[in-house]
Design a protein around this ligand. Structure first.
Ligand SMILES: O=C[C@H](O)COP(=O)(O)O
Length: 318
């Protein structure tokens, strides 16, 4: 389990509507800062290899497809436990590593648990993922069932209409219930930012979910038209930073959806380091939700060691 024993989980703070209503985001400034991150030369050589290994350790290795089978999930879990070939691990001179977690649908928790056997967290998407439009009772029950089935992390989706209609109380109340239903399992609140229209809504939804006790805030389900982006992530990590300054609680961040290249993973690591500091570069405070990123990281690490690239299909796909 990747949460240090001394780590103090976020706790519900009560909804401060006055604070939420006055939040503003300067879109141009966010875009400029995002562009500067994109244009930055990336870290090189051994530093890059070290950063890529860290990115790998923060991946929530994900499969969320309608045609998922126990077999596919078992292969994904084996890959999560041993994400790098042993010759690469040896050449890098590191101890064996794992991904941060695996992330699956409820029905796939049992096959995942067979392979994972408590070695890394199993995250289950919940609350009628990805649209979140079942009844509240159904969604709370789904969380309870996933926790009972062995999920130690629950990725909930918020009800977007609460944001789009400015009903912050309803968003707060549902998040509070979800957090309670999770019990000891850590809860990631998926904002589905591609549906929220403005960065101001993203900032407000981030704050409301944190005020209601979310352990992590996560950008996207991977199913919206637009998934993780740097301007949205910047808005969310700045909310995390300010929330930490005000309450002392550290909330994690998870960009998800469309993060498929080492280059973009390095941009997210840079964002975390520059906005939140080194402490947030660890799996208990940072995850990348991704289905195919691992393959590219493995290729880049192989290139670092051998000087040449192998075809992506030579690396085992989950
Ligand atoms: O939460 C994770 C996403 O669903 C994965 O999205 P992806 O397939 O674009 O990497």
């Amino acid at each position: 389990m990747s949460f240090p024993s001394e780590f103090k989980r976020n706790e519900a703070q009560g909804l401060d509507l006055g604070w939420v209503n006055q939040l503003k985001v300067n879109r141009n400034a966010a875009d400029r800062r995002a562009a500067s991150l994109g244009a930055r030369r990336t870290v090189k050589k051994e530093y890059q290899a070290a950063w890529l290994i860290r990115a790998l350790q923060c991946i929530d290795l994900t499969t969320l497809a309608g045609d998922d089978t126990p077999g596919r999930v078992e292969r994904l879990c084996m890959k999560a436990l041993r994400p790098l070939r042993s010759d690469l691990v040896q050449a890098l001179g590191i101890e064996p590593v794992t991904t941060g977690a695996v992330c699956v649908y409820h029905e796939m928790i049992a096959p995942a648990a067979q392979i994972i056997n408590g070695r890394i967290p199993i995250a289950a998407v919940s609350t009628a993922f990805p649209a979140g439009l079942s009844s509240h009772e159904t969604k709370v029950r789904e969380i309870e069932l996933s926790v009972a089935a062995g999920a130690t992390e629950i990725d909930i989706v918020i009800t977007r209409k609460h944001v789009l209609t400015g009903n912050w109380q309803a968003l707060y109340d549902e998040m509070l219930d979800y957090r309670k239903a999770c019990g000891e399992a850590h809860v990631k609140a998926i904002l589905a930012t591609g549906d929220l229209l403005t960065l101001e809504n993203v900032a407000k939804a981030s704050w409301v979910c944190m005020m209601a006790g979310a352990d992590f805030i996560k950008t996207s389900t991977g199913k919206e038209g637009v998934n993780a982006t740097i301007p949205v992530s910047l808005t969310m990590v700045r909310a995390i930073r300010e929330y930490h300054e005000q309450t002392g609680f550290q909330v994690g961040f998870k960009p998800a959806g469309g993060v498929a290249t080492s280059k973009s993973a390095l941009q997210y690591l840079t964002l975390m380091k520059e906005e939140l500091g080194n402490e947030w570069l660890q799996p208990h405070l940072f995850r990348i939700g991704a289905s195919s990123l691992l393959t590219d990281i493995e290729r880049q690490l192989e290139h670092y060691i051998t000087g040449s690239y192998s075809a992506a299909h030579r690396h085992a796909q989950p």
